[in-house]
Write a protein that binds this ligand. Sequence first.
Ligand code: TXA
Ligand code: MG
Length: 344
Amino acid sequence: MKTEVVSVDPERPAAEILARAGEVLRRGGLVAFPTETVYGLGANALDGEAVQRIFTAKGRPATNPLIVHVATIEQATTVAESWPEKAQVVAARFWPGPLSLVLKKRSEVPDIVTAGGETVALRSPAHAVAQGLIRAAGVPVAAPSANLSTRISPTRAEHVLRWLDGRIDMLLDGGPTSGGLESSVIDLTVSPPRLLRPGLVSPHEIEAAIGPIAVGPKTPAANSRPGQSAVARSPGLAARHYAPTTPLECRSDSWPYVSQLCQAGLHVGWLVLKLPPFETSAGLIAVELSDDPAEYAANLYAALHRLEALALDRIVVELPPDHEAWLAVRDRLQRAATADQKIG
Ligand code: TXA
Ligand code: MG
């Protein structure tokens, strides 16, 4: 299949382009598009065969459910079986935006979307292209991040093409995404609500709106419910989910270690908040992100894609501080770390 790449104005996308992309979705095709977090790979959420194509294109295990994207709260209520007060409060406060709500699903939502589970994750994205596409399609849009399963999420069109060129119908290129990390996912079917994936909306902001929440996945055993597998209840939590192909390690106080690796002759990529004031070793590719969490998040995946493309021996990341502002960044870094390498 040939992937059609169409440039689109990220703020004022042309109606005619959105209409064409909406038509591709309505006909059962796959369209990758920018959101304010990362690029998504969309299909009509009410068409099980179209959704199956997402799983095939990504090589995604069928046990990992998808987020359904909607334009409005009103459209969300056509996907969710019920719309509790807490959903109304957080949606009114954070939508459109980077927060996904897990709610009971309606029977019209094909099982493949929810990995056979009774619940569905819903989000209304803030990006004008994403909003315009959902409206043009006239249907809710199931969309995971537009990368191969287990690879780094895409924050630019070129990242999408790197893995998915020839596997999807269309890519709307709206330039780099602003947020850079996937949405926060909160389960509203349990009491207290549980944050399953940290993201750009912080636990404190959510608590300010709806009161106390639990943070982090439950253990698989505690998670199981009749009729719903543990896998489906705490998906996306596989230890190695956002991984570059180069071995990656996270370290606090990473410089002595990096310098040791360089002396041993390894080609190393080093991701830091701030570059040290001294000369670093030859053979080292040092990348300064930012000591501002939002700026760091916006640029992290692009930096990892860039380092990965250099086929280095190792990527070492200076782990940002253990503060709430860095919660989502630390979560993604720890999952990107090579499984058998301890985070220090
Ligand atoms: O920012 C985002 O959320 C991006 C953009 C494209 O919107 N999408 C995204 O989708 O990150 P994906 O598929 O890469 O991640 C969806 C996460 C996974 O961790 C998945 O397991 C979880 O949401 N999820 C989806 N449905 C769920 C459900 N019913 N219950 C619990 N977790 C669910
Ligand atoms: Mg993903």
